[in-house]
Design a protein around this ligand. Structure first.
Ligand SMILES: Cc1cc2nc3c(=O)[nH]c(=O)nc-3n(C[C@H](O)[C@H](O)[C@H](O)COP(=O)(O)O)c2cc1C
Length: 222
C-alpha cells in the first residue's frame, strides 16, 4: 500500500484536531471509532479535542430564535471548537442513508456565524454501523453541506461495517488489516493538514464560482 510517509511523531509539527462522535447515544459505535481516531492522532503527534454530540445539542434552527435570542450555547461551543482546531474528524451514524438530523442541525447553526467557521477547514469523515455498508452512504450525504460551506473534505473516508462485532476488548478494531488501513487513512489526513498549516506554499485557492455577484445576503464566505 502506498501512502503517508513514516516520519516519527517527533518530526511532526503540532496540529490540533477536533474529533467528534456525532451520536447522542452513550454506548455509541461511532463513539468507539472516534476514540480510535483520537488515539491514532495522538500516537502520531497530533493534539485532540474530543467531543460528542451532546456537547453541541441545540434546538432546531429557527432564524427568528437567532434574531431574538442569538445563538444557543451548544452551537457556540461547536463554533469555538471548529475555530480553534486546525481540522476536524467526524464519526457519524447513518440514519436512513443520510446523516442524523442533530448533526445537520448543528452544522446549520454554525454556518450562520461570520466568519463562517467551516470555510477552508480540512475534514475527515468516518462512520460505523452494524450494516455491511458501514454507514458509508451517510458520509456521501454529509460531504454535501460541508463542501457547500467550503470545507476541504478528505477524499478517503472510512466506514466500519458490522461495527457491533468489530472491536476487541481493548477497543481496537479486532481485524489487524482493517486497523492498519484505518491508521493509514487517518495519518494520510494528518499529513495533508500539517502541510496545509505549516507549508503554505502548498495551499491552493479552493473557491466555487457560480457566477453570482457578491452579496452579503447570499455569501457563504466572508
Ligand atoms: C432512525 C435510524 C435510522 C437508521 N438508518 C440506518 C441506515 O440507513 N443505515 C445503517 O447502516 N444503519 C442505520 N441505522 C442503524 C444505526 O447505524 C445504528 O443504530 C448505529 O448503532 C447508530 O450509531 P451509534 O451506535 O454511533 O449511535 C439507523 C438507526 C436509526 C435509529
Amino acid at each position: 500500500m502506498t501512502g503517508p510517509d513514516t516520519r516519527s511523531s517527533q518530526d511532526r509539527k503540532p496540529v490540533r484536531f477536533l474529533v467528534l462522535s456525532a451520536s447522542l447515544r452513550a454506548d455509541s459505535l461511532n463513539g468507539r471509532l472516534a476514540r480510535r481516531a483520537a488515539e491514532t492522532i495522538e500516537a502520531n503527534g497530533g493534539e485532540v479535542d474530543f467531543r460528542s454530540m451532546p456537547d453541541f445539542e441545540a434546538p432546531s434552527y429557527n432564524a427568528d430564535v437567532q434574531d431574538e435570542t442569538g445563538f444557543p450555547p451548544g452551537a457556540d461551543r461547536f463554533r469555538e471548537c471548529v475555530q480553534t482546531a486546525d481540522a476536524f474528524v467526524i464519526s457519524s451514524p447513518e440514519y436512513n442513508a443520510s446523516m442524523p438530523g442533530e448533526l445537520k442541525n448543528s452544522i446549520d447553526w454554525v454556518s450562520r456565524f461570520r466568519p463562517q467557521p467551516f470555510n477552508e477547514k480540512h475534514g475527515l469523515l468516518l462512520s460505523a454501523s452494524p450494516s455491511m455498508a458501514g454507514g458509508n452512504r451517510g458520509l456521501w450525504a454529509l460531504r454535501v453541506p460541508f463542501e457547500h460551506l467550503g470545507a476541504r473534505i478528505y477524499p478517503d473516508m472510512f466506514s466500519l461495517a458490522q461495527a457491533h462485532r468489530a472491536f476487541d476488548a481493548d477497543g481496537r478494531i479486532a481485524n489487524d488489516q482493517l486497523q492498519e488501513r484505518f491508521d493509514h487513512n487517518v495519518v494520510g489526513f494528518m499529513d495533508l493538514v500539517e502541510a496545509s498549516k505549516h507549508y503554505p506554499c502548498v495551499r491552493t485557492a479552493w473557491v466555487e464560482y457560480l457566477g453570482e455577484r457578491p452579496d452579503p445576503a447570499t455569501d457563504r464566505v466572508e
